[in-house]
Design a protein around this ligand. Structure first.
Ligand code: GDP
Length: 338
């Protein structure tokens, strides 16, 4: 009988952590999740939703705690999803973003190396399309690929670029199985309310149910390549099952503006002209904006056989439907944290 696979996941309380926990559990993995702090408000929700996840108290900025986590879990696969992941927040907290998002990956790689587990553990680093920056000069017509030039436009993007390169460096220096997934925006029912897609679908649900009158946003013209998070965590897992560690873009190959997202979301509740419901405020605009992101997932499709299942209209629909059900109280307590 083959040994049960063990996975260590940082960022288990985040959107991708939730989708990944479900996926790995379905595949029979023993899952260890890192959880931060003395009283993490998300801990109880996590225990309710994922009773099968074994939690280890650790912090990406605390080397000793990471060594301890690696020794306890003896992982076959490590998924580094933990980060300060919000671009707007990173402008307000650039140092904290560097400590966690950039240096955290180094601490975790070192924890594997000093415990002698660099050969047995496969490592996934969550890289991001924010590393590209969306400027005219580095924007390829058919979308950013693994070969495209980086020009990050936020403290988050800069920190993630360091993380991306140090992960690749450990692959090249120590022969570790380190895969990086350059993931374009991915959304869904677990997305935090601080991201524009979920902020919109949550508000559309509220307007539909008579719970709120409007939503206040920043710029509406930026374009993003938005996919479904459930499809993307499947890609992460596929990267670690591949025979070679490599870098892969996961994207849809389509880009849509926030205006387009608004149009589809409001159409779900039968509203054609959304302008009376949408206000704008500079507080939600950024010091430097990424105008347009478009990814080319060709390599992941060819090499890994990865394929997304949820397209843009289906993504918007599933998020609005979920939020209407959530805000009308259809879910049991516990699910409401989503
Ligand atoms: P990002 O692509 O990782 O920054 O994901 P976000 O969902 O945070 O932002 C996507 C785009 O929506 C960016 O261009 C933001 O400037 C824009 N945006 C417009 N209004 C808002 C808002 O109210 N909140 C957020 N988070 N983004 C907004």
């Amino acid at each position: 009988m083959s040994e049960t696979k063990r996975a260590l996941v940082t960022g288990i309380t985040g959107q991708d952590g939730g989708h990944l926990a479900e996926l790995l559990h379905g595949k029979g993995y023993e899952i260890y999740g890192l959880i931060r702090g003395q009283r993490n408000a998300r801990k109880e929700a996590l225990e309710r939703e994922f009773p099968y996840v074994r939690m280890i108290e650790a912090d990406l900025t605390d080397q000793t705690s990471l060594i301890n986590a690696v020794l306890i879990s003896q992982p076959h696969e490590v998924y580094n999803l933990g980060a300060i992941s919000h671009v707007g927040y990173s402008f307000r907290n650039p140092q904290l973003t560097s400590d966690i998002t950039a240096k955290g990956v180094l601490n975790l790689l070192e924890a594997l190396r000093v415990t002698g587990q660099q050969e047995t553990a496969r490592f996934y680093q969550a890289s991001t399309s924010e590393m590209f920056g969306g400027l005219d000069y580095n924007r390829p017509g058919n979308g950013y690929s693994e070969e495209s030039l980086f020009h990050p436009r936020s403290p988050y993007g800069v920190a993630k670029l360091y993380a991306h390169w140090i992960a690749r460096n450990y692959r090249e220096s120590y022969g570790m199985f380190v895969a990086t997934g350059i993931l374009f925006n991915h959304e869904g029912e677990r997305r935090g309310l601080e991201f524009v897609t979920r902020k919109i679908t949550n508000a559309v649900a509220g307007i539909h149910l008579g719970l709120q009158d409007s939503v206040t946003l920043g710029d509406l013209w930026p374009k993003r390549d938005w996919g479904y998070a459930g499809d993307y965590v499947r890609g992460m897992w596929q990267m670690l099952q591949h025979d070679q560690p490599d870098d892969f873009v996961l994207a849809t190959g389509e880009t849509h503006s926030i205006e387009e997202f608004l149009t589809l979301a409001f159409a779900e509740i039968g509203v054609e002209d959304w302008s009376p419901y949408v206000k704008q405020d500079e507080a939600f605009m950024r010091p430097a904006e990424v105008d347009i992101l478009l990814g080319d997932p060709g390599k992941a499709e060819r090499v890994l056989g990865w394929k997304r299942e949820v397209d843009f209209p289906a993504l918007v629909r599933l998020m609005v439907k979920h939020d209407i059900a959530l805000r009308s109280g259809e879910f049991l307590p516990g699910a409401s944290e989503r």
